[in-house]
Design a protein around this ligand. Sequence first.
Ligand code: NAD
Ligand code: NA
Length: 396
Amino acid sequence: MIITPRVRGFICLTSHPEGCAQNVENQINYVKSKGTIDGPKKVLVIGASTGFGLASRITSAFGSNAATVGVYFEKPSAEGKPGSPGWYNTAAFEQKAQEAGLYAKSINGDAFSDEIKQKTIDLIKADLGQVDLVVYSLASPRRTNPKTGVTHNSALKPIGQTFSNKTVDFHTGNVTEVSIAPANEEDIENTVAVMGGEDWEMWIDEMKKAGVLAEGAVTVAYSYIGPSLTEAVYRKGTIGRAKDHLEATAFTITDKLKDLGGKAYVSVNKALVTQASSAIPVIPLYISLLYKVMKEKGIHEGTIEQIQRLFQDRLYANGEVPTDEQGRIRIDDWEMRDDVQAEVAALWEQANTENLSEIGDLQGYRTDFFNLFGFEVDGVEYEKDVNEVVEVPGLV
Ligand code: NAD
Ligand code: NA
């Protein structure tokens, strides 16, 4: 079939297998170009099919020759409808990894469930024995807690008072004022239940009990802080409470890993266009201004550049892992530079519908958005017929 983008707001209903495969190949080539990392050898990535998780899997495999197990929630093609991008990404990754002689298998299902945790542990036991790195990179709007059976829906709301600021519809470039009413207690609790650290801790508890964590095993989860511009809706909003909880959980897990000589980290990453971040109000406008400033300064990075640097210069740099005073790895250091933030804040003041494509990188935002779904990728012939039915070689 010939596959074209079908966009509805901040999601795209279609995705392109060859474009996704090309994205994965580009990421693999980038990691290889940076040389070998003295990194992990057996890795579990939870949330392995897109965004930071996919980049973590690629960096582990092609930067450090690691065997990888990926867990994700994706859809294969069905009745002439293309599969989801993470399905095609994983198919391409596992094909390349296996061609390179690297072990690569995966499990598709709800990572929050007991069943998928058990299935993953069984696979590790049978094939790898133990893992020395667990990357936790889930982003989801809901979670069913397997112990209580309760389904929690997360909210993206400020806390305490209504938040009003500029936002952009990145398709049209329309800059408008948005007002978001404050969360109630339930919204906060639900968001913490979905995006906080409870499920990360459950994974580590189960894995430790089953003996599938190696001596000195490391686990890392991803967080975000961002500037004062987005603070009310992000870091001091409902999602920020979940990130506070996630960051606190790193200390709890580190305590539990003491006898293994293991450690849990949170890495604070840069704001990037992903399926998760395009859904947050105000953030797309911030990202389009940030991209402009960081590209002009030659310090722009995508997910693969971020994670390659995280592994090479932080987690596996040999020696103490550098962290901030709250124990967090800061790979958002370039985003948060004073000169970058001062320029973004000045542009924010001026930004309107008329000037945004000039003063902001609206085009870069849009291209990244379409790239997530395998569209607008250089070198892909979109007018050509493609087979939307693609097998994931390592799917268990
Ligand atoms: P993403 O949407 O690209 O990736 C989410 C992954 O989780 C996918 O692999 C998806 O299949 C998987 N997933 C979702 N629900 C699942 C479920 N129930 N079971 C199994 N797998 C499931 O998101 P991302 O932007 O890469 O986010 C990953 C982490 O990085 C999140 O914690 C996010 O907050 C954090 N982060 C993101 C940004 C950003 O700007 N995008 C910045 C800093 C930190
Ligand atoms: Na991810």
